[in-house]
Design a protein around this ligand. Structure first.
Ligand code: ATP
Ligand code: MG
Ligand code: MG
Ligand code: MG
Length: 488
């Protein structure tokens, strides 16, 4: 089954259970000061759970574009190194706002996975919240009893507060969750170690696919819990991971969500990506694989963020996007030998692949392509020199901690985000003195405040001409600033 059909079936299934299907909210959030990017399906429904707004329907389902690169959920460091954490991913979700609760949610999740998608029951594990008396939260007996009717007891795992209890903040709605994990190991491997002991243990082939949160409590200011007057369900299933399970793969990158992008990178670079099925690969090939995974992952995050109105810039959410793109550019430059812009060429593949379901990527295709090409060209102008400087710094450093002032110079003069420099240093077994970097940064801020009150950081130079086009808003600190593309 291809990924388009997998997505469709999810939505049709919940539609058949009385859910209203709604579009994904934008990946970039403009009206939530607590969050830069949408990082889960529930973010757009927060006000319903808090009782501040009325949902259009008590049952809703959708797929949400999510980005986990900052704040509480930051998976950036894992991306490319594992095969199932992405920066941008789709979260399929179904919600009950004061309507159905655990019994229906669990039974429907089971029905969808085992009857519609036909995942063998022997490949599934579930987790139930074990309870935590110190924090005043009980064992989720109700979920346990429902699961017991569906699955062998030895496939039900007890989970701790970290993995199996969801809270929005120190106060407010909260409740236990039940996760579903899929075991994609080979039969031989399954015979050697029990899957149960591997669940939630970061085994690359025993992965969490679906989280079902049951909001039944309200945490009060004094820390105690009271039962909510209306109980809610909030679920999130990783779409790319589901595709991996249904397409019989052991890596998200071997599914049709990623293969067209990978093929394009192969075509441009003349290099080959090796699928996860190949057991032994050289160290050299492993580096190529990681670089390709990083690039095909990051292009999705960057392209969708731009399509949703967030241009790369030097501040706030825009800088997060610029950092992600520069990370991808450097992986290409160092490991795939790409010395010219090429990542922008992936936008057409993405638009072709995702445009039917997410029309914004098709609509903004030209803008996204041009912005990425310009960003690549501009960073490539300084990347080589910067890398050489870093090489020199490393060879002159005694010990394994380089000067923070040099890292600042790379940031200031060569456009190297500090986390990118840290990543390159880490590959060489080095780190840097962070306080020194911060001191230099502070000095520069004082200098530039004095020099100018007007920020022009969000202006991107695009195509020759003399027209200014309004393309969206950019939020920096507490101000909402208009971002324009200046065509010169
Ligand atoms: P994990 O433990 O694998 O990091 P999580 O517990 O942080 O996942 P949840 O917050 O429960 O994830 O999100 C719901 C679902 O979204 C997960 O069950 C998973 O399938 C998917 N998911 C979470 N993070 C990512 C990611 N970075 N890339 C792809 N899918 C993800
Ligand atoms: Mg996580
Ligand atoms: Mg988890
Ligand atoms: Mg989870």
């Amino acid at each position: 089954m291809n990924s388009q059909d997998i997505r469709k079936q999810f939505l049709q299934f919940f539609e058949s259970k009385g859910h209203l299907i709604v579009p994904s909210a934008p990946i970039v959030l403009k009206d939530d000061p607590t969050l830069m990017f949408n990082n889960s399906g529930m973010a757009q429904f927060k006000e319903y759970f808090l009782g501040n707004a009325e949902p259009k329907s008590k049952r809703i389902a959708d797929t949400q574009k999510c980005l986990r690169v900052s704040g509480k959920h930051n998976d950036l460091e894992d991306v490319g190194f594992d095969t199932y954490h992405h920066t941008m991913f789709e979260m399929l979700g179904n919600w009950s706002f004061g309507d159905y609760f655990k019994k229906d949610a669990i039974n429907w999740a089971w029905e969808l996975l085992t009857e519609v998608y036909k995942i063998p029951k022997e490949n599934l594990y579930v987790s139930v919240f074990e309870g935590n008396p110190e924090e005043n939260v009980p064992f989720d007996q109700e979920a346990w009893d429902i699961w017991k009717e569906l699955i062998d007891e030895d496939r039900i795992i007890l989970g701790n507060k970290k993995d199996n209890f969801w809270e929005m903040g120190d106060q407010g709605p909260c409740g236990p969750c039940s996760e579903i994990h899929v075991d994609l190991r080979s039969e031989e491997e399954k015979a050697t170690v029990s899957g149960k002991s591997l669940v939630n243990n970061d085994h690359p082939q025993v992965v969490e696919i679906w989280n079902n949160v049951f909001m039944e409590f309200n945490r009060k200011a004094d820390g105690s819990l009271e039962k909510l007057p209306a109980q809610h369900v909030d679920t999130g299933m990783g779409f790319e991971r589901l595709c991996m399970a249904l397409q019989g793969k052991t890596s998200n990158y071997d599914t049709d969500v990623f293969t067209p992008l990978i093929e394009k990178v192969e075509e441009i670079t003349g290099l080959k990506y090796t699928s996860n099925e190949i057991a032994t690969i050289s160290e050299e090939q492993n580096k190529i694989n990681i670089a390709i995974r990083v690039i095909v992952d990051h292009i999705r995050a960057v392209a969708f963020a731009i399509a949703d109105g967030q241009l790369p810039s030097n501040t706030g959410a825009g800088y997060v996007i610029r950092r992600i793109l520069r990370r991808a550019i450097r992986y290409g430059f160092t490991f795939l030998n790409t010395k010219e812009p090429f990542i922008y060429e992936l936008v057409a593949v993405l638009a072709n692949q995702m445009g039917e379901f997410f029309p914004e990527i098709k609509k903004q295709q030209n803008l996204v392509t041009n912005v990425i090409r310009e960003e690549e060209a501009s960073f490539l102008r300084t990347l080589d020199q910067g890398l050489q400087l870093l090489e020199n710094v490393v060879s002159e450093t005694k010990g394994n901690e380089v000067s923070g002032a040099k890292v600042f110079e790379l940031y200031d003069t060569f456009g190297f985000p500090k986390d990118l420099t840290a990543l390159i240093l880490k590959e060489k077994g080095f780190s840097y003195k962070e306080e020194e970097f911060e001191v230099e940064l502070q000095k520069q801020k004082t200098r530039s405040r004095a020099a100018s009150e007007v920020s022009t950081e969000d202006w991107s130079v695009l195509i020759p001409g003399n027209v200014e086009t309004f393309v969206g808003y950019d939020q920096t600190e507490n101000k909402v600033k208009i971002t324009r593309i200046r065509k010169v």
